[in-house]
Design a protein around this ligand. Structure first.
Ligand code: G3H
Length: 585
């Protein structure tokens, strides 16, 4: 039997505004039936009951979504060989609990190798050897051939869709629909990146003659890339650095995120078949144990990392010659949604609900704090709470489900602490079941009025908690964005062109994307994705990423007859991969 869910209660001793709001809603709740979920074949049950019974019996899991048996990954890839690991293994627990005759338990879904410093350094040696100071098969290979390898890779990955989507769902609790979208987006990213490389190559194959010098510019690889993606978009965000790094001729060491490892297992043999030995190597295990020796070796040329700024700083500081290490980093964010007094409330609510709660708010681009003008806050909150309570909660295989169990250990406790802290400082949880916990499941909490004394004001909650700050003066949200440690994106909701234009002009110098009447998001992937301050380093998009993992290099000579003749022969007789006029179409 599930234990009784921990219940959070609203505070009525906060600001008048909230007190009025809460009272109003308390009345609404007494008469409302909107918060009842209907399960086919059963009579309507309350949200509280639904949360209490959120986890299924094994037999309730639809056949097509069951995990037949745990995934035992005892292999890792080094130097083009799948090696068998006989050492310590890490057990992987799904965020999903399953009920059975013996009680309820967290579903064990498999194990993966916990490699040591020794294997990490072997992976490094393999990547260094395959790069061979830029003289390896891969960095010397003509672009057209590298593209062929990547396209073969993508075709093989496509065949693994079902298996990988299934594992994304079980491993991180992402809804099956969202997991499928992530898979499709990752595959499109490959195709789009290849197209972009063809464009880049067309531009690069020109000769330039200037001030008596003639030359040809192309982009060359940088060396060995350490690629580490995040748990929330383990496949797509990994591909967004892995694919351009490979395409540009670098060799790679790939460490999957701590949560979201097994889903990459089907890729291992595909990597092996698709690339020359050593071009891609995989490592697994404790970061301190296996990543520290890689960085301190000084042999990593590029760090592609999506995670926390604390870890990014620690890694960068471990490099013996920091200036040599290129970094492309996607870090924390606390994107604000600013709802102006003249906003279209219906549409602002729709965007803010999706923006803050899609995949339980576990997107780096999620709206993590809302500033709402006091003239519209009651209307906004009423509709917002109503929309939140209509979100489907449940298991990730349920169609159209939004709120699912959270994969990070200790997450529900952390979110509960944030709520308690907010309550202590005068805020209330204004949706009735907000903050109700059942093991890894956390019912979304809308918290108001949030102020600067609360942890929720600054900490990136990365979960289903929506802090709302009422404001009268537009300088309040502007100053918040200015003073924030983060600078990724912001959303502004309003209807007056002059006000919006002025706000956008101010905000574009604080963040890297200002969204008007639209939630914050990374996509479409051709758009540049970057962050200021503690939110990132470098820019990713299908075109920018190719630049991040390469450097402009020129072969040049004095523009005199003898040199011109030699260049002509090199190009016409196709003697060089670099100085060539071959078009990649
Ligand atoms: O966690 C960050 C993801 O890249 C989110 O992507 O904002 O396009 O949904 P998105």
């Amino acid at each position: 039997m599930p234990t009784a869910p921990a219940k959070s209660r609203c505070s009525t001793d906060s600001l008048n505004l909230t007190a009025i709001f809460l009272l109003k809603h308390a009345r609404l709740y007494n008469i409302s039936v909107k918060d009842q979920h209907t399960v086919p074949g059963k009579t309507a049950i309350s949200v509280e009951e639904k949360i209490g019974e959120i986890f299924p019996y094994e037999g309730d899991i639809p056949e097509g979504f069951r995990l037949k048996e745990p995934v035992e990954q005892d292999e890792y890839l080094i130097d083009g060989r799948l090696r068998i690991w006989r050492g310590a293994m890490q057990e992987v627990l799904s965020p999903i609990f399953v009920r059975g005759p013996g009680g309820i338990s967290q579903k064990a879904i498999g194990r993966y190798p916990l490699l040591t410093e020794r294997e990490a350094l072997e992976a490094l040696d393999s990547a260094v050897a395959a790069y061979n100071n830029g003289r390896g098969i891969w960095p010397m290979m003509p672009v057209v051939d590298r593209i062929r390898h990547i396209e073969e890779f993508a075709a093989r990955v496509r065949d693994k869709k079902r298996e990988m989507v299934h594992l994304i769902m079980w491993e991180i609790g992402k809804s099956y629909q969202e997991s499928e979208k992530e898979f499709d987006r990752a595959i499109s990213y490959v195709g789009n990146t290849v197209n972009e490389l063809k464009n880049l190559d067309l531009v690069s194959s020109r000769l330039m003659a200037e001030q008596g010098i003639i030359g040809q510019m192309r982009r060359s690889p940088l060396g060995v890339v350490l690629c580490m993606g995040p748990f929330n978009y383990p496949l797509n965000e990994t591909f967004s650095t892995l694919i351009p790094a490979l395409l540009m001729g670098n060799t790679v060491i790939f460490k999957p995120p701590k949560l979201g490892v097994l889903l990459h297992y089907p890729l291992l043999d595909i990597f092996r078949k698709s690339f020359p030995p050593g071009v891609i190597n995989t490592v697994y295990g404790d970061g301190m144990r296996i990543i520290t020796p890689l960085i301190t070796s000084g042999k990593i040329d590029v760090l592609a990392f999506i995670g926390s700024s604390k870890v990014a700083d620690m890694l960068k500081n471990q490099h013996p010659k920091r200036h040599r290490l290129r970094s492309v980093l996607g870090l924390e964010a606390k994107n604000s949604g600013i709802v102006l007094a003249d906003a279209d409330i219906e549409s602002a609510v729709d965007e803010c609900v999706t923006g803050s709660l899609l995949f339980n708010g576990q997107r780096c681009t999620a709206l993590k704090i809302l500033f709402v003008h006091t003239r519209v806050i009651n209307r906004f909150l009423e509709k917002f709470v109503d929309a939140v309570d209509r979100l489907k909660v449940g298991m990730p295989w349920e169609r159209d489900v939004t709120i699912t169990p959270l994969p990070e250990p200790g997450k529900t406790e952390y979110l509960t602490e944030l709520l308690e802290d907010a309550r202590r400082h005068g805020a209330g949880i204004i949706n009735r079941e907000g903050g109700t916990v059942n093991r890894t499941f956390f019912y979304p909490a809308v918290v108001c009025p949030v102020n600067s004394e609360m942890r929720l004001y600054r900490e990136e909650q990365f979960g289903p908690v929506v802090p709302v700050v009422p404001y009268d003066d537009i300088e309040t949200p502007i100053n918040y964005v200015i003073e924030s440690s983060y600078g990724q994106q912001v959303s502004v909701f309003g209807n007056d062109a002059g006000t919006i234009a002025h706000l956008a002009d101010v905000l574009v110098n604080q963040v890297c994307r200002v969204n008007i009447n639209t939630l914050c998001q990374r996509g479409p992937d051709v758009f540049p994705f970057a962050g200021r301050k503690d939110s990132g380093e470098g820019t990713l998009s299908v075109s920018d990423a190719l630049r991040v993992f390469s450097i402009r290099t020129i072969v040049a000579t004095k523009d005199v007859e003898g040199n011109r003749e030699m260049l002509r022969r090199i190009i016409e007789e196709r003697k060089s991969n670099f100085s060539s006029a071959d078009l990649v179409l």
